[in-house]
Write a protein that binds this ligand. Structure first.
Ligand code: AMP
Ligand code: ZN
Length: 469
């Protein structure tokens, strides 16, 4: 009997659909990447964890995945709807650096954070500033098709020419028209129209700018993703991801531009991750209440515990963040790691027939949970059921723990690469000192490690450690 098909909830139809790639054995995925004007917050990172698991799952199903992620290093204004200043310029002013320096600094910080969460680096990472030519070509094509108009050096997408504009976001354009902001750009013919190219903005101090047929300026944020996604994945591709906030504006506009240019369906499956929220509600960079990987470290939490926490909630459900839930996630992760270390340190017998039979069942349940719209909480519970199964051997449990981790990605201590043998010895020595209740020696060793940038955290389940950034 063949396994159940892979199914994903597609925002296009608002229904769970069977996944069929355009080409046999290959999948193209585009994920909206970070705007590199600040550290990513843990909400952003939740979305990237979901995308990483999606990619790992498809790879485990045998697909060759091309995972493309952009870096927005120009053109993303304070509001997604063309209002305010470029976020890069604001950051440059805040930190008294050039926007180029800001972009590289936060891009590096982003990949340091994603490495700390054991996210695989996308197959292709593309910076907006390296693809201005593709964006200009795209805007010209829209102009030629009569889907764009230019006013005083700015080019706008004419949403009235894209008749299905409201469909993707299920938008009520009439109601939106009524609530259109008074300070809207007077050059726009209708409020939903959006900028493809700015040569004129309310803010003359734009530092990052390029020559174009419409004047020296910079691209709109939405055109960046359409241009880069189609450049690397084509005029039609399989999966586009992002957070749910992107449905009504950014992804709606990406579809309008791309289908406007190519004249056909652009993306087959749109997958959106729900938000991570704090007790008091949404987290926002502009309100200054954002939590980053660094904040978690400062509170004594290993970033990998956050990865575990993300997997405990389905990607389409809100993840309510609290330090209590992070603590439980870290404990659970520590238990998994301890089990692995214990089993690996002892010689284990070979698997019995009963083990093989049980493993087949667990493998099937684990795979089917992920195949059904990437249900990571169910997949995790299958793992725990296997680990608690008294009828199978530890050897079998170790096999399943390692196999499932190809997708869950929890067991790798990404920072272990930077731990020297001497530091490992100090950790072991401290463990022994603690076991012997020699607290002053244990403290001394902790301080010595801390001076070397290694932070220790004692938990009910053992001692966790990680590298201070
Ligand atoms: P940005 O850097 O703001 O463009 O966001 C990067 C990614 O994070 C996008 O896919 C957003 O949809 C997503 N995102 C933003 N805020 C949150 C949040 N609180 N929870 C989950 N994802 C988010
Ligand atoms: Zn995008």
């Amino acid at each position: 009997m063949s396994p159940p098909p892979i199914r994903f909830f597609n925002t296009l139809s608002r229904a769970v659909e069977t996944f069929t790639p355009l080409r046999v054995g290959a999948v193209g995925i585009y994920c909206c990447g970070p705007t590199v004007y600040h550290y990513a917050h843990i909400g952003n990172l939740r979305t990237y964890v979901f995308e990483d698991v999606l990619r790992r799952f498809l790879e485990s199903e045998g697909f060759k995945v091309t995972h493309v992620m952009n870096i927005t290093d120009v053109g993303h204004l304070e509001s997604d709807a063309d209002e305010g200043e470029d976020k890069m310029i604001l950051a440059a002013r805040r930190e008294q650096k050039s926007p180029w320096d800001i972009a590289r600094f936060f891009e590096d910080a982003f990949f340091a954070d994603t490495a700390a969460l054991n996210l695989r680096r996308p197959t292709i990472v593309c910076r907006a500033t390296d693809h201005i030519a593709q964006m200009i070509t795209f805007v010209k094509a829209l102009e030629e098709k009569g889907m764009a108009y230019s006013v005083e050096g700015n080019v706008y997408f004419d949403t009235t020419k894209f008749l299905t504009y409201a469909d993707f976001g299920r938008l009520d354009l009439a109601a939106m028209q009524e609530h259109a902001r008074v300070d809207k750009d007077p050059r726009k013919r209708s409020p939903q129209d959006f900028v493809l190219w700015f040569s004129q903005s309310k803010y003359p101090n734009q530092i990052m700018k390029w020559d174009s047929p419409w004047g020296v300026g910079f691209p709109g944020w939405h055109i960046e993703c359409s241009a880069m996604a189609s450049h690397y994945l084509g005029a039609r591709f399989d999966i586009h991801c992002g957070g749910i906030d992107h449905i009504p504006v950014h992804h709606t506009n990406e579809i309008a531009q791309s289908e406007g240019r190519f004249g056909d369906k652009w993306v087959n499956y749109w997958l959106h991750g729900e938000f991570l929220v704090l007790d008091k509600g949404k987290m926002s960079k502009s309100k200054g209440d954002t939590l980053t990987i660094e904040t978690l470290r400062e509170h004594g939490y290993n970033p990998m515990g956050f990865r575990y926490l993300c997997l405990t909630t389905h990607y389409r459900g809100p993840l309510k963040f609290s330090y209590e839930s992070l603590e439980s996630a870290c404990n659970a992760l520590e238990t998994l790691r301890n089990k692995k270390a214990d089993w690996e340190s002892a010689p284990l017998p070979s698997l019995t027939e009963k083990d093989h039979a049980a493993l087949d069942v667990y493998r099937g349940q684990f795979r089917d949970a992920l195949a059904e719209d990437l249900n990571t909480p169910v997949a995790l519970s299958v793992l725990w059921t296997c680990l608690r199964d008294e009828k199978i051997s530890d050897a079998a449990k170790l096999v399943f723990l390692k196999e499932s981790d190809v997708i869950l990605g929890l067991l790798k201590q990404p920072e272990s690469l930077s731990l020297t043998a001497e530091q490992e010895n100090l950790i072991t020595e401290r463990e022994k000192a603690r076991a012997a209740k020699d607290w002053s020696r244990a403290d001394e060793l902790r301080q010595s490690l801390e001076a070397q940038g290694i932070i220790l955290k004692d938990r009910a389940t053992g001692t966790d450690w990680f590298v201070k950034r």
